[in-house]
Design a binder for this molecule. Sequence first.
Ligand code: ASP
Length: 301
Amino acid sequence: MYAIAIHGGAGGLPAQGLSAARQQRYRDGLAAALEQGYQHLAHGASSLEAVTAAVRALEDDPLFNAGHGAALTRDGGAELDAAVMDGSTLRAGAVAAVRHVKHPIELARRVMEKSRHVLLVGSGAEEFALEEGVELVPNTYFRTAERQAELEQLRDGGTVSELIPSPQGTVGAVARDAAGNLAAATSTGGMANKRPGRVGDSPIIGAGTYAKNGVCAVSATGHGEYFMRLVAGHHVCALVEYRGVSLAEAVRETLHERLRALGGDGGIIAVDTDGRISLDFTTQGMFRAARDSTGMHQIAI
Ligand code: ASP
């Protein structure tokens, strides 16, 4: 069997709620990305291909906080983080604080496959993108009117220390392919109104992104500082591997007990070695979708 799950971020919903039309746009965006990933699995491609394709689709969708439509730094720029991990080899690639890479997940994949490193940041990552022929764009490509408005709202009401998880958050995907290989990918603009240079959990292997064959694959979203301190993605897999609990229980304990105890909030999507999927969050909502070859198919906010 094969299975894939994706998320488009977790957070508080606007006080007035999301309009029906807007909800539909989110559902359409999630459905399109899920389909991209699922079709790869259905055609026998690896979980690595599936998660990369799904995340790439979400990076192109301005509704989500990754690629075009990324949340902005307090200076009004975009700084993007992304990571991918191949559970079959425990190889991983990540980039952080890149400002000109159209698809950060593509660059993370190149870091994994074409460099001797796991994490490249800033100008060094972009130099590598140039060498690899990865598409570069002006920083203004990422900025949308909505993100500009969000930033102004945060600037008016909050200080830098009052970062809130964006309701249109980070994107990620986890998958199990027909051969049993697990993979995870995450991409984000990070927290809105962040200080330039801030890096979140998404590109930190073991924090926001983790995959290990025979155990599970995890992609997180939420207040990254807490996910980093908990090493949340690895924490979920460690509970499954060492304590032998179910994936659902491992995700529940990580989010609702450990993360909450630190004061953090967010969500996790995960898949285990049998293709069982867990989608859980401590926030009001999480944009999420999942599908497997047994007929399970869901999209939810
Ligand atoms: N986890 C991301 C970060 O802290 C933000 C998010 O998921 O919305 O960078």
